[in-house]
Design a protein around this ligand. Structure first.
Ligand SMILES: Cc1cc2nc3c(=O)[nH]c(=O)nc-3n(C[C@H](O)[C@H](O)[C@H](O)COP(=O)(O)OP(=O)(O)OC[C@H]3O[C@@H](n4cnc5c(N)ncnc54)[C@H](O)[C@@H]3O)c2cc1C
Length: 348
């Protein structure tokens, strides 16, 4: 039932804020403190602090998601609280739990999507699935700050965060985006307490979840159904950010499903390609071919996929000159640079 908790860092980047505006539901942010500062600590320990323009927000998903549900209901949606367990095709319809008949079904049911599985689409590739853990903490600082710390060593590429909402509470977490690394709650919790000893972590709030990274290839359709957000595998493989693409893909899936249910899959793919295709292709290239040694503790001969942007954080922050633009840029001429010549296939 809503409100309900959702394991997330609760960080709403400017892209996510823009998506909320596009959906006409950004009014929830007017009562929130904008987060205007971020600090990034590279894997070597060097760091920089820079203004966040436009600002980000830290809003518990318990609050944000309940707001989205309320907005949908106020615009005519009927909310039925039920767990989807069974999906079948009957003629032109998709039948859910033997009770509900849909001409077009949108599966926005997260990283463990039942819609995806029941309609025969394989799970997101394990080597492109990250894992992250988060908890809530009380912090002394009253100002809003996104504190991001890259974590060198066995779990690389990984980073931890402490996102302060500006009201004395913070979301603290750690995620790893490695292709083969296995980890567990104990190891991730240990990293959190080591990196943020001042955060008074509420142990009961600590929980983890999977991150289906878009570098593994987005699956936008499952037969006649459309997949959105984590169900489609749309998490940014460099940052772990997924709210932005979940909101936008949900919006487009909704649009495609009401325009013409029979042709919705093709229409949806085209819409996503137009809005997000270029970005998804670049992220896939950035994450795909770049291989580099772990910054430390990787062991002889050990390699891992290192996002170029992450590598730049370490380099630039070492000179004390790192800033937002420097982080976002790709190295000219590198395989990840836009227009470098590689053209992966269109989205499926
Ligand atoms: C620890 C962690 C931190 C993160 N931090 C950030 C961050 O700071 N910023 C950011 O942008 N992204 C972050 N992400 C990623 C982000 O949380 C997801 O990408 C985003 O929530 C995806 O939204 P979604 O709607 O696709 O899926 P979800 O938010 O997972 O929503 C899926 C919904 O479907 C429901 N559902 C699932 N199965 C069924 C079923 N069988 N029947 C009925 N309902 C069902 C669930 O209850 C849930 O309500 C983080 C992820 C993790 C794990």
């Amino acid at each position: 039932m809503f409100p309900r908790d959702k394991v997330c860092g609760d960080g709403l980047t400017p892209a996510a804020v823009s998506a909320l505006k596009r959906l006409g539901v950004a009014d929830i942010l007017t009562s929130q403190t904008p987060v205007r500062l971020w600090r990034v600590t590279g894997p070597t320990g060097h760091h920089f602090t820079a203004p966040l323009v436009p600002p980000a927000y830290v809003l518990p998903r318990r609050v944000l998601d309940a707001h989205l549900v309320a907005a949908a209901i106020s615009r005519g949606a009927e909310f039925i609280h039920a767990r989807v367990t069974n999906i079948e095709r009957q003629g032109e319809h998709t039948v859910i739990n033997g009770r509900w008949f849909a001409r077009c079904l949108v599966g926005a049911d997260g990283a463990n999507s039942v819609v995806r599985a029941r309609l025969g689409v394989s799970r997101h590739p394990a080597r492109h699935t990250g894992v992250a853990l988060r908890g809530y903490a009380a912090v002394a600082s009253g100002r809003g700050l996104l504190d991001v710390r890259f974590v060198p060593g066995r779990l690389w590429p990984a980073y931890a965060w402490l996102f302060t909402a500006g009201d004395g509470s913070a979301n603290v977490g750690v995620g790893t985006f490695g292709s083969t690394t296995r980890t567990d709650r104990r190891e991730l919790s240990g990293i959190l307490t080591e990196l943020f000893p001042h955060a008074d972590l509420d142990g009961d709030s600590v929980a983890g979840h999977r991150l289906p990274l878009s570098s593994g290839g987005a699956k936008l359709t499952a037969g006649p159904a459309l997949l959105a957000g984590d169900a489609a595998g749309l998490v940014d493989p460099l940052t772990g950010e997924g709210v932005h693409t979940a909101l936008l893909s949900g919006l487009l899936a909704g649009r495609a499903s009401v325009i013409e249910p029979e042709t919705a899959p093709a229409a949806y793919r085209d819409m996503i390609d137009a809005l997000l295709g270029r970005r998804l292709r670049h992220l896939r290239i950035a994450r795909g071919p770049g291989r580099a040694s772990a910054p430390d503790g990787g062991g002889p001969g050990r390699c891992c996929r290192t996002p170029p942007a992450v590598g730049q954080v370490g380099d630039r922050s070492g000179a004390g000159r790192g800033h937002h633009a420097g982080m976002a840029a790709s190295r000219p001429g590198s395989p990840s640079a836009p227009g470098a010549g590689a053209h992966p296939p269109r989205l499926k």
